[in-house]
Ligand binder design. Structure first.
Ligand SMILES: NC(=O)c1ccc[n+]([C@@H]2O[C@H](COP(=O)([O-])OP(=O)(O)OC[C@H]3O[C@@H](n4cnc5c(N)ncnc54)[C@H](O)[C@@H]3O)[C@@H](O)[C@H]2O)c1
Length: 332
């Protein structure tokens, strides 16, 4: 249980950038369940309206009624938030808190297109922070990533490790963390950065070859197709269930503490990709064959989080074990 989860009788208005995405839509669900009104800002580049379908009935769920409510705006956040949010705040009052999840999410794409990655991932964060500064937002929580660490040699990896990102994606997440710190220190915008490890769960899109490995394996195993491991499969990852991740996000954004904090969000346990594939094959009735392809250049061989800081600062700890999380993911 996250400490300090506030369910204000005034139903705080929370903006969620990237709210139509995988983690974003689960965040919206938990915010609404926690008594918030939510405005989603998304350009639908990878997000889907179907992820928010349960909130689409505006007649019933429109702001101002007694029911929980979600408003969806189609916006490219790298162009700024002011004009998009103006009609909402004029009608419903100010945005009190922001969860910033919108991002160009492919590491491979960022290597091929570093400028686009900078515009969306670093520029988008600056746009969110400028809005927060001008509008006296009470808390900004941003999705950072384990990619900020790059190739480290000590495990589990600690938040104090020296970061040497090995992709523009990791670089711009790290730059965004610095921006959060600057806006907090100089402009008094309370901020928290959460470094997600490998997040998985229902609604993760398996359609791109660079999607999360669990979504790809789950999709293929459910269809009885082969699973391909790049390299020998001995590389490890710290897979954290999306339901756990959004408890951390919502706890952090609704709590007026942990300002300027930055923390790992993982389980503290690692599993090899080979073991992961074997578990998924077993859970789906053993129909798929595991194959190996050439290792991907630059792939990180080991990743596991030290998790004590999130427990100390947010009272957060992952609760869903990998087998349970996989079973829920395979059910869809
Ligand atoms: N999934 C993971 O394992 C993982 C790990 C570390 C960090 N993260 C971070 O978590 C956040 C959410 O990722 P996700 O896995 O849910 O991916 P996702 O692709 O499902 O979500 C990203 C969302 O941002 C939206 N978006 C992209 N560019 C935008 C723009 N310019 N303006 C407005 N909206 C835009 C997309 O349409 C999508 O809805 C991202 O910031 C990502 O970098 C994810």
């Amino acid at each position: 249980m996250v400490h300090g989860l506030v369910t204000s009788p005034l139903r705080p208005l929370v903006a969620v950038t990237g709210g139509a995405g995988f983690i974003g839509s689960h965040t919206v669900d938990l915010l609404v369940a926690s008594g918030c009104r939510v405005v989603v800002l998304d350009d639908f580049s990878t997000g889907k309206r179907a992820n928010l379908a349960r909130w689409a009935d505006r007649e019933r769920f429109g702001f101002g009624g007694s029911e929980p409510s979600v408003e969806v705006l189609t916006v490219d956040i790298s162009h700024g938030l002011f004009s998009a949010l103006a009609p909402i705040t004029a009608q419903y009052g100010r945005v009190e808190r922001i969860v910033h999840l919108a991002a160009q999410v492919s590491v491979i794409h960022s290597i091929a297109n570093p400028m686009t990655d900078e515009r969306i991932n670093y520029g988008g964060t600056l746009q969110v922070l400028e809005y927060a500064r001008a509008s006296a937002v009470r808390k900004v929580v941003m999705a950072s990533s384990a990619a900020v660490y790059g190739d480290v040699s000590e495990f589990p990896v600690d938040e104090q490790a020296v970061c040497h990102p090995v992709s523009p994606y990791g670089m711009h997440k790290l730059a965004s963390e610095h921006a959060l710190h600057y806006y907090s220190q100089v402009h008094h915008v309370p901020t928290t950065a959460l470094r997600f490890f490998n997040v998985y769960g229902p609604r993760q899109d398996p359609s791109s070859p660079y999607s999360g490995v669990i979504s790809i394996f789950a999709d293929r195993a459910n269809a009885g197709r082969d699973l391909t491991i790049f390299g020998d499969g001995e590389q490890t990852r710290d897979f954290v269930y999306v339901g756990d991740v959004v408890r951390a996000v919502v706890g952090a954004v609704l709590t007026d503490g942990a300002d300027r904090a930055l923390m790992n969000i993982g389980t503290g346990s690692e599993i090899t990709v080979k073991e992961l594939a074997q578990t998924i094959v077993e859970l789906t009735g053993g129909k798929s064959t595991i194959r190996h392809a050439e290792a991907r250049a630059g792939e990180i061989l080991r990743s596991v989080a030290r998790v004590e800081r999130a427990e100390r600062l947010l009272g957060w700890k992952s609760q869903i074990g990998l087998r349970d999380g996989l079973a829920q993911t395979l059910r869809g």
